[in-house]
Design a protein around this ligand. Structure first.
Ligand SMILES: [Zn+2]
Length: 329
């Protein structure tokens, strides 16, 4: 419904700024988007704003949010509160070719799980937002999102590979860590000088706040029910795309991993067991790294990032090179 509008300075009420803080700010630290591109990268980067004299980072406050909504500056909001290791929202950012299609599939999968997710346009692709009824542990948020991504075969960004970026990106922040931050909605993107609105409401602050007030919040009970039985995701995070074997009829038809891992235990939609490649390195003593899809046992994945090739060689059944070369390129 809404269209992107150019960067007019808008009137903002103090109440709107306060409401925005409650909705989006997980911690005091925040980022600002540069008003000029970096000389090096040409990007409108996000930086930690500090007081010039004291070098102390600024804390997010109502005045800052007010300026963001009005359009004088643009903030980035962090996904995790370090004290509670929890977040008020989940966001998914995708900016590769065809990413909008993946985000719409993601939104549909959420809908089927009874979750309302709002699509916000961005310069390329979009951001998909899920609002939580209360702050919830980052690890629980990630468990659900990564499972949906796996179900849909949507890759999660890792290094230079394309894929979705999940906010929060960590399950737990270590002391001194900030985790990832996303451009705060409803402000002006400094590169395009456009406002990107949530798509299901008119492009005015009043209508957008109305939408944000009405959107159905994901409750803790609901999220816990959706993630019940899922194996925890160890950090560093499994950002590697889910491993998919060739379609039925491929050269690999004969290999059935479940025959090689007799101790795999059913957990929700997956079998969970020790990753043979991790085990070879003396890791995964608890036997939780390897997930095998119950519905499609030819799909398996090591949360510590072992490749199919590593897993197959560890089992003594290396993948013949003529088979794996086309899809490991
Ligand atoms: Zn492994």
């Amino acid at each position: 419904m809404s269209t992107n509008t150019t960067a007019a300075i808008l009137p903002v009420t103090r109440a709107q700024a306060a409401e925005y803080m409650l909705l989006f700010a997980n911690r005091r630290a925040y980022l600002r988007q540069s008003h000029f591109p970096s000389k090096k990268s040409g990007r409108f980067y996000f930086y930690k704003a500090c007081d010039r004299k004291s070098k102390q980072p600024f804390s997010i406050d109502i005045a800052t949010v007010h300026s963001h909504l009005a359009g004088h500056l643009t903030i980035g909001v962090y996904a995790i509160n370090p004290e509670s290791q929890s977040s008020k929202w989940i966001a998914i950012d995708a900016d590769y070719a065809d990413s909008r299609r993946d985000l719409l599939r993601f939104q549909q999968a959420c809908r089927e799980d009874g979750i309302e997710a709002l699509m916000e346009q961005s310069r390329r692709g979009g951001h998909l937002w899920i609002f939580l009824a209360e702050s919830m542990p980052a690890k629980l948020c990630r468990l659900y999102v990564l499972d949906v991504a796996r179900r849909l075969g949507i890759a999660v960004k890792r290094d230079k590979e394309d894929g979705i970026e999940v906010f929060p990106r960590q399950s737990v922040l270590q002391p001194g860590e900030f985790g990832n931050a996303i451009r705060g909605p409803l402000g002006i993107h400094r590169a395009s000088m456009l406002r990107y609105w949530f798509e299901t409401a008119e492009p005015t602050l009043d209508a957008q706040f109305q939408l944000l007030r009405q959107v159905r919040r994901l409750t803790r009970e609901h999220l816990e029910a959706l993630t019940a039985g899922m194996a925890p995701i160890p950090d560093p995070v499994a950002a590697k795309p889910w491993t998919q074997l060739p379609a039925v009829g491929g050269h690999n038809q004969g290999f059935q991993i479940l025959r090689h891992v007799p101790n795999a235990k059913r957990s929700g939609k997956n079998f969970i067991t020790q990753c043979p490649a991790c085990a070879q390195r003396g890791e995964d003593r608890n036997g939780t790294h390897l997930s095998i899809s119950v519905a499609e046992p030819r799909m398996y994945h090591c949360w510590a990032g072992c490749s199919k090739e590593m897993i197959r060689s560890a089992l003594g059944c290396p993948i013949p090179s003529r088979v794996w070369s086309p899809w490991t390129a």
